[in-house]
Design a protein around this ligand. Structure first.
Ligand code: F6P
Length: 343
């Protein structure tokens, strides 16, 4: 058995742990693995590397992806790219492909499975934790730990200067990272895309806290949070390679409004790609390894069009179709728990 692996979309800590697990499990069955470089781009352009156990043994704790990643969408130029992709797939003699990605990469895997019966298995990854079916995706735990550490550092300087610090997190159109890290750092207020920004309420909370003796404040804002009167804030008019707007800038706007409405000196920090960098947490290494082993099992069983997922601490099998059916927005139970502290 010969299995192709690719990592697409934004990278995240834990990708290498998945790769290691798949290479080991397939080798245990007497098969071989080939790494497809830079996501779908590698299959379109025939960029690959042979993978073996010795090479991948030590990568479990390495951030990023040894295969490289891209947001290439072969359906953008279907006439040229889809034909090349299929020809290269044939040439490589692959029995199956494990696509490790978020909704874009897995969406392409699903279409290739549906349109051309290509043998695809998906592994969900994203720091945003916005993929359906899986309770959590690897990368998320590492990201919220990075935000937590950053805010623990920002807290001391914020307090020294009696300021408000607005910390902008990633997460696209879901507030998982902002909400979880906000709870972890005891934020004074958390803004997520799922709940329209209520400036009067937020500034009232910040003023009440100051009056009660807390001489600084921390606000966590997700990059996709929106004011009721305007849409998502983007860095510029350009789209990323897949075709999505690039989010960013809400933190500065929120900080400016807080300063004007409260009179408290306010600063903002955008954590950006720091949240995706560096080694995965132990929890993400374990989750990624379990998902990689389970995905290999599906390939060995030739159960294609499937995706592995975490459900109630167990690794389960679902379909790619279900995995990419929608964006998993923040479960508002968590937001209500966070909001108990900023009523
Ligand atoms: O989807 C993961 C993510 O990190 C989002 O949180 C963020 O909006 C986006 O990727 C950034 O993408 P890029 O690496 O293309 O700037």
């Amino acid at each position: 058995m010969r299995v192709g692996l690719l990592t697409g979309g934004g990278d995240c800590p834990g990708l290498n742990a998945v790769i290691r697990a798949i290479v080991q499990r397939i080798a245990n069955e007497g098969g071989t693995c080939v790494g497809i470089l830079e996501g779908w781009r590698g299959l379109v352009r025939d960029m690959t590397v042979e993978l073996d156990v010795a090479q991948t043994e030590g990568i479990v704790g390495k951030g990023g992806t040894i295969l490289g990643a891209s947001r290439t969408n072969p359906y953008k130029n279907p006439d040229s790219d889809l034909a090349a992709l299929q020809a290269n797939f044939k040439k490589l003699g692959l029995d199956g492909v494990v696509a490790i990605g978020g909704d874009d990469t897995l969406g392409v895997a699903y279409r290739l499975y549906k349109d051309f019966h290509m043998p695809m298995v998906g592994v969900p990854k994203t720091i945003d934790n916005d993929l359906m079916v899986t309770d959590f995706s690897f990368g998320f735990d590492t990201a919220i730990n990075i935000v937590t550490e950053a805010v623990d550092r920002l807290r001391t300087t914020t307090e020294s200067h009696r300021r408000i610090m607005v910390v902008e997190t990633m997460g696209r159109n879901s507030g998982w990272i902002a909400c979880f890290s906000g709870i972890a750092v005891a934020a004074d207020y958390i803004l997520v895309p799922e709940v329209p920004i209520d400036m009067p309420h937020m500034t009232d909370v910040l003023k009440r806290r100051r009056a009660a003796g807390k001489n600084y404040g921390i606000v966590i804002v997700s990059e996709g949070a929106e004011f009721p009167e305007r849409g998502t804030i983007t860095i510029d008019d350009k789209l990323d390679t897949f075709g999505h707007p690039r989010l960013g800038g809400i933190g500065m706007i929120v900080a400016d409004r807080i300063e004007r409405l409260t009179g408290f000196e306010t600063r903002s920090v955008t954590l950006g790609h720091l949240q995706r960098g560096g080694p995965p947490s132990a929890a993400d290494r374990v989750l990624a390894t379990r998902l990689g082993l389970a995905a290999s099992h599906l390939v060995i069983q030739r159960r294609f069009g499937t995706m592995v997922a975490l459900s109630a601490s167990r690794i389960i099998e679902t379909t790619l179709g279900e995995g990419v059916a929608a964006t998993k927005t923040l479960d508002l139970t968590y937001y209500d728990e966070a909001a108990a502290f900023f009523k």
